[in-house]
Design a protein around this ligand. Structure first.
Ligand SMILES: [Fe+2]
Length: 304
C-alpha cells in the first residue's frame, strides 16, 4: 500500500481575509497565518487540511499521507525527487511531484498529528419509524458552522480522462470504483477512484477524474459530523449570503448526502456525510452517463 489517505489541498487566492472568512464559515478552523499564506485545519487529526497563498486564484494541487517510509522511498524514485523535510505544519518527510496535467502532488510521511477538536456534540440520535433511539430528549442541534472532520476527496477535470485514470492507477496505486462511459464501455468519460488498501475499507472515491476541455478542478470535498451538520452548515452559509451551488441531495456514485457552495474565487466546495466504503473485493462497475446517476434525490444539477 502506497497511500493512506488524501490529506490537504493547495490553493492560491487573491484575498486571504476573504477566503478565511468563507472557509471558517464553512467549517474549518484557524491553524496558522502569515501575510501571504493561510493554513486551516479540520476537527480531525490531520496536521492541516487546506492551505492557500496570496496570488491569482488557482487550484495548485493536493497532499497525501504516505503509508510507510518504504512507500515514500518508492515515490521518491518514481517522481525522481529526493526525500526532504516538509516545511508545512506537522513536518515529517515529503516528496514533491506532479501529475501529467501539471498539478502539484505532495507525499508526506511521519507528520505530527493534531489532537482532534470536540465537534459540539456527537452524531445525532434519530427516532426512525422502526427504531426509537432518543427518548425524552428534544432534538436541538446547536446553531453554527459545520464541523469538518477531514478532507475526503477532490474531483479533477482533465482533457484525457482515460490516460489520467491509468496514470493514477499505475503511479499512486489507485483503483476505479466506478467508471462512466459514453457510447460503449471502452469510451470512458470519468471515474470515481479509491486508494488500493487491500482488504481494508476505504472511501468509494478519494479522487474523481472527469473528462473536460481543459485541466481544472470541479470541487474539493470535506466530511462533516453527521446529517444535521450538513443542514446546519447550509443554514449558516445561507444566512451569511454565500453563493450556493447544488444540494442538499444524495449522490448516486458514492451515495454521499451532499451540499455544494462556491467560494469567493469561484471554486466549489462540498460538504458530505454517509459515503460508501469499498475494498479489494468490491467489483468495479461501468455505467453509461445519465442524468439519473447524478443523484438519487435532491434538486437537479444546475444547468441540466
Ligand atoms: Fe464530491
Amino acid at each position: 500500500m502506497l497511500i493512506d489517505d488524501i490529506e490537504y489541498v493547495i490553493f492560491r487566492h487573491p484575498d486571504l481575509a476573504q477566503i478565511r472568512e468563507f472557509m471558517i464559515s464553512y467549517g474549518l478552523l484557524d491553524l496558522e497565518q502569515t501575510a501571504d499564506q493561510l493554513y486551516l485545519r479540520s476537527y480531525g487529526d490531520a496536521p492541516f487540511s487546506y492551505v492557500t497563498t496570496k496570488g491569482d486564484a488557482a487550484f495548485l494541487g493536493m497532499g497525501f499521507r504516505v503509508a510507510s517510509r518504504e512507500a515514500l522511498d518508492l515515490l521518491s524514485a518514481r517522481f525522481n525527487c529526493p526525500v526532504s523535510e516538509s516545511p508545512r505544519p506537522g513536518g515529517g518527510l515529503y516528496v514533491v511531484g506532479s501529475d501529467p496535467d501539471g498539478r502539484r502532488l505532495e507525499f508526506v510521511f511521519g507528520a505530527k498529528r493534531l489532537a482532534p477538536m470536540p465537534s459540539n456534540g456527537f452524531p445525532i440520535a434519530w427516532n426512525d419509524a422502526h427504531g426509537k433511539n432518543r427518548l425524552g430528549k428534544f432534538q436541538r442541534p446547536a446553531y453554527g458552522s459545520s464541523h469538518i472532520q477531514r478532507l475526503g476527496h477532490v474531483a479533477l477535470f482533465t482533457p484525457a480522462p482515460q490516460e489520467r485514470i491509468a496514470w493514477y492507477c499505475e503511479t499512486l496505486g489507485m483503483k476505479p470504483s466506478e467508471l462512466i462511459h459514453k457510447d460503449s464501455e471502452s469510451d470512458v468519460l470519468a471515474s470515481f477512484m479509491h486508494l488500493d488498501k487491500g482488504a481494508a475499507w476505504t472511501d468509494h472515491h478519494t479522487l474523481a477524474i472527469v473528462g473536460a476541455a481543459a485541466p481544472g478542478i470541479d470541487h474539493i470535498s470535506f466530511e462533516c459530523r453527521d446529517f444535521d451538520d450538513i443542514g446546519m452548515g447550509y443554514q449558516v452559509m445561507s444566512d451569511k449570503g454565500y453563493q450556493h451551488r447544488w444540494g442538499i441531495g444524495r449522490h448516486f456514485y458514492g451515495s454521499q448526502v451532499f451540499d455544494y457552495w462556491t467560494d469567493p474565487a469561484g471554486f466549489h466546495v462540498e460538504h458530505f456525510v454517509d459515503g460508501d466504503l469499498v475494498n479489494s473485493d468490491t467489483p468495479t462497475l461501468n455505467r453509461p452517463f445519465g442524468r439519473e446517476t447524478l443523484l438519487q434525490w435532491g434538486p437537479a444539477f444546475p444547468g441540466l
